[in-house]
Design a protein around this ligand. Sequence first.
Ligand code: B4P
Length: 182
Amino acid sequence: MKKKLLFLGPPGAGKGTQANLYCDKYNLEHLSTGDLLRDEVTSGSVLGLKAAEIMNKGELVGDELVLSIVEGRLLNIKEGWLLDGFPRNVNQANSLKRLLEKIDQPLEAVISIKVSDDFLIKRLLHRGREDDNEIVITNRLKIYKEKTSPLIDLYLKQGILEEIDGNADIDIVFSCIEKALG
Ligand code: B4P
């Protein structure tokens, strides 16, 4: 079974939702940079305050901060892991590659969840997190298209990427992911 995974997708694609289900069922460590950054914000640290300002505008938090958070966690995982929301740009992808080479744990599969913009906007407005308002969502989608979507091609070329239709109900999307990774 593949145990070193990455879920890619636009904001609201259901990366977090599907990653939670998958990690619970297959006992993998779920590494969500969004959740880890929100923990940092809740802690009230200086870094957390800076991150909150950036996240509430829908921008990407600095690569160095995100990388240091991920590195600290990945170094301590013995079994499998699932990266959710990281990497989000080419620089983060290159840093991840170097880190995984260092710990000798190559990425085994990437799931790219595709959802139409209309669905994304509806889902996020319904979720209603602090960064889920129309202006910020539009910015997050723009940044996804500019900075994150090039990673689809990168992993496609490596032959490890599977595309999943994320427009369907949660359980249907989950079965498709299981099938793709099975
Ligand atoms: P994230 O926390 O990663 O959140 P997201 O992309 O908005 O959502 P996700 O795709 O996980 O959707 P979810 O399952 O929750 O990022 C937030 C911010 O953190 C970023 O904007 C950025 O500022 C910062 N950040 C994170 N990682 C970073 C990095 N590497 N570098 C720099 N900055 C970083 O689903 C959304 C909603 O849809 C939920 O309400 C869910 O219930 C619903 N839903 C899910 N699947 C559904 C389905 N199939 N049908 C109907 N509803 C569904």
